[in-house]
Design a protein around this ligand. Structure first.
Ligand code: SF4
Length: 395
């Protein structure tokens, strides 16, 4: 067994389940339809991966997120085997354990089983409560299936979050949001439809109208905040502070997390062991990201390349993720994590963005204004540019 590094506790884990009943034309995730003995081989490899990570790191889980793909598409015996592996090697989340759920896979008996296995939060891929919009998105469920699924999950005692896609041409967004609110979900994740290269939508030339995009971005906030939800993150709304996603907060605030399963991405603390990635040129251990390869390769035990993060990477990642939160990023934390004095390093760019009305300071926090949220990519690009300038100037 490898020596455990000091103060390298990992409190969060993401597990990717790549199987889906069918593939939606806008989907850009690592997904596939199940074939032959793929799921059995997936479960065997996942058990090994969980054991390896449990041995390598000091894992004390607070949150666990089973995402995909469609994890709820696993059959009951498969789900039991997956949960047994995770519990045996990594333990279980002390605060929150989320299962991503496709409405078409829910029944009262299955909801009860998932609760018994230890999941307490359901993230349900509702996307819309309008049948024509669902058909356009290539979803297999109807609005009624989604309503029934949420009702059954709430009855089983789940905290329920509903996913919503906005900016679909002709979508009755107001009705969608009113319907979601009426269902009693405590949380909504609202994402703009994006056409990613290589997807069936991209091949068919589907486009998202910029006005629809802007309307979706603004109208979602107006309607949900009007219904008593707080927009606590650029795409996420909660009925109460207790309804925030604790797992996703770990991403937004730069915590370490394990990434298991094919295509699963993790963020790891610097480790000092023979097989750990090193940074000889910088002479210091660096945290790193690692994204697992896709199923075929992952089943052979292959791991993705470790991507070492320089101090500038750590800082700009923190801005990129932290500025998504309403409260913004805590600047002293970014300085401590990255080893950079962020105000000295990025001060000029930050002041410029404040002058343009895109960022604002509030005590030790730096946060995006509503306009800054809309232009978040360009705000972060300006910060990253500061790093490339610094690298070009340094000898
Ligand atoms: S259900 Fe979700 S993960 Fe599966 S193909 Fe559709 S969008 Fe992708």
């Amino acid at each position: 067994m490898n020596a455990r590094p000091p103060s390298a506790v990992i409190r969060h884990a993401y597990i990717h389940v790549p199987f889906c009943p069918s593939i939606c034309p806008y989907c850009d995730f690592h997904v596939l339809e199940r074939r032959g003995d793929q799921v059995a081989r997936y479960l065997t490899r996942l058990d090994e991966e969980a054991r390896e990570l449990g041995q390598r790191y000091d894992v004390q889980l607070e949150t666990l997120y089973l995402g995909g793909g469609t994890p709820s598409f696993l059959r009951d015996d498969e789900m039991k085997a997956l949960v047994a592996s995770v519990r045996a090697h990594l333990g279980w989340g002390r605060l929150e354990n989320t299962l991503e759920i496709n409405p078409g896979t829910v029944s009262p008996a299955r909801a009860a089983l998932w609760r018994e296995l230890g999941f307490d939060r359901a993230s349900v891929g509702i996307q819309s409560l309008d049948d024509a919009t669902l058909r356009f998105l290539g979803r297999q469920h109807t609005a009624q299936t989604a309503r029934d699924a949420v009702t059954e999950l709430l009855a089983a005692g789940f905290r329920v979050s509903g996913d919503l896609i906005t900016a679909v041409a002709g979508q009755p967004l107001e009705r969608d949001i009113e319907g979601l609110v009426a269902l009693g979900v405590e949380h909504v994740s609202a994402y703009t439809l994006t056409i990613e290269p290589g997807t069936p939508f991209a091949r068919r030339g589907v486009e998202v109208d910029e006005d629809d995009e802007r309307r979706g971005f603004e109208q979602t906030e107006t309607l949900l905040t009007g219904a008593g939800f707080e927009r606590y993150e650029i795409s996420n709304y909660a009925r109460t502070p207790g309804a925030h996603s604790r797992h996703n907060r770990a991403y937004w605030t730069g915590e370490y997390f394990l990434g298991l399963g094919p295509g699963g991405a993790g963020f790891y603390p610097p480790i000092q062991s023979r097989d750990a990635p090193t940074s000889q040129d910088r002479g210091q251990p660096l945290p790193f990201r690692r994204t697992n390869p896709h199923l075929h390769e992952w089943l052979t035990g292959a791991q993705g390349e470790a991507e070492l993060l320089s101090p500038g990477d750590v800082a700009t990642d923190s801005f990129f993720m932290g500025l998504r939160l309403r409260e913004g990023v805590h600047l002293p934390t970014v300085s401590r994590r990255s080893g950079l004095d962020v105000l000295a390093h990025y001060g000029e760019v930050i002041d410029d963005q404040i002058g343009r009305g895109l960022l604002e300071r509030s005590g030790e926090y730096l946060r995006a204004t509503p306009q800054g949220w809309w232009q978040l990519n360009s705000v972060v690009a300006a910060l990253m540019e500061r790093d490339s300038e610094a690298e070009t100037l340094s000898p």
